[in-house]
Ligand binder design. Sequence first.
Ligand SMILES: Nc1ncnc2c1ncn2[C@@H]1O[C@H](COP(=O)(O)OP(=O)(O)O)[C@@H](O)[C@H]1O
Ligand SMILES: [Mg+2]
Length: 424
Amino acid sequence: MNITQKCSHSLSQQGLDLIFEQVLSGGQIFKDRNLLRHDYVPTSLPHREEQIRRLGSVLAPALSKERVSNIFAYGKTGTGKTIVARFVLDRLQKKARDYGRAVDTSYVNCRLSGTNYRVIADLCRALGQEVPFTGLAVGELLDRLRDALKSRGSAFLVVLDEIDALVKRSEDDSVLYELTRINESLEGGWIGVIGISNDLHFKDFLDPRVLSSLGEEELVFKPYSSDELYDILSDRAEAAFQPGALEDGALRLCAAMAAGEHGDARRALDLLRVAGEIGERGREKGILESHVRLAQQKVEHDRVTEVLSSLPLHSRILLIAVLHSENARKESLVTGDVYEVYRELCAAAAVESLTQRRVSGLLNELDLMGIVNARVVSFGRYGRTKKIRLGVEPRAVTSTFGSDGLVRGLLEYAPKSLPKQHAR
Ligand SMILES: Nc1ncnc2c1ncn2[C@@H]1O[C@H](COP(=O)(O)OP(=O)(O)O)[C@@H](O)[C@H]1O
Ligand SMILES: [Mg+2]
């Protein structure tokens, strides 16, 4: 080893030591960054007092075994629906324990659970009823759920979060119908459903019978204003950052940017955390507005990449179909155009294509995630269709899917059903 190698070796070791020690001592910026994580439940939720009180009052009768109304909560992403539901349920559960009351609770995220089967299976398991991961009919699962409720004789409060994903994926709300009707055939135990949707128009998807039963009570979550986000962030930042590490201007900017983004508290927290990490990596003493601006770019890029990488095969093919169609045509796309290209791509990839109805469901989902923008337009007596546009940078699609062996080839493929593309 020569001298320079030795030098840089010991330097890098020193540098590394410094990095580790900074983290061990909490660093100059963060005191506890975990407090900025999405799943952290703070002890107070500013500007949601009204929703907490309403939800608490609707669910409280469960403590004396009385039936509660089902409740339907909706609002855009990041408006505090999940955190409020968890907050209220946690406290109710604790009260029930303290007073020895039989209340069971379960929280299911329908988008993550994915299918009707898995959602109902999760509920069965929450009541201690073992069920296989696949293989039964959903009707059979519902019977087992009913049996479990009967034998426990308890109040069962169920949060079905992102419930819209369940219905949109299968374009079928019969499971919700069955769930909300279970009580009719029960004595003793009962179930109360708290349905949560990020989609304000979800109600239009539901059968009126489901809607009237699920929406016995409604709870609306409005977007946070910039000032409200500022309060929320200040509360959480106080414990998360070292004293003096966060400039007030930087905090205000996070709040203002997230307020522009439909009042999204999740976005505000992400901006703050990432700005902190950027400052930390740059060995800065504090977080400035410039760090927040850099954070904004990173957060947006990460969001899109994360959503794209989690898409299942057919949604990927569909998105590539939208990309090709948009590249090749000047006029706006309608569902039928995209479907044709999608089918061609499926054939090219030797994958069996889904029906237009299913594809339309997938488009709804992509729309929900902000990956495409689909707008329903009416053609007078010719009926309705959707106008579709890509909702993200084409480059994000090509770079994320470029490393996916299954669909990579489709990015280069020139669909015959489209006019020839000119180099752009
Ligand atoms: N009033 C609030 N006070 C503190 N944190 C909040 C508040 N509202 C939302 N958050 C935080 O913002 C993030 C998004 O909230 P969440 O409840 O997941 O939104 P939604 O379910 O409506 O999409 C979560 O990390 C949550 O902890
Ligand atoms: Mg949520």
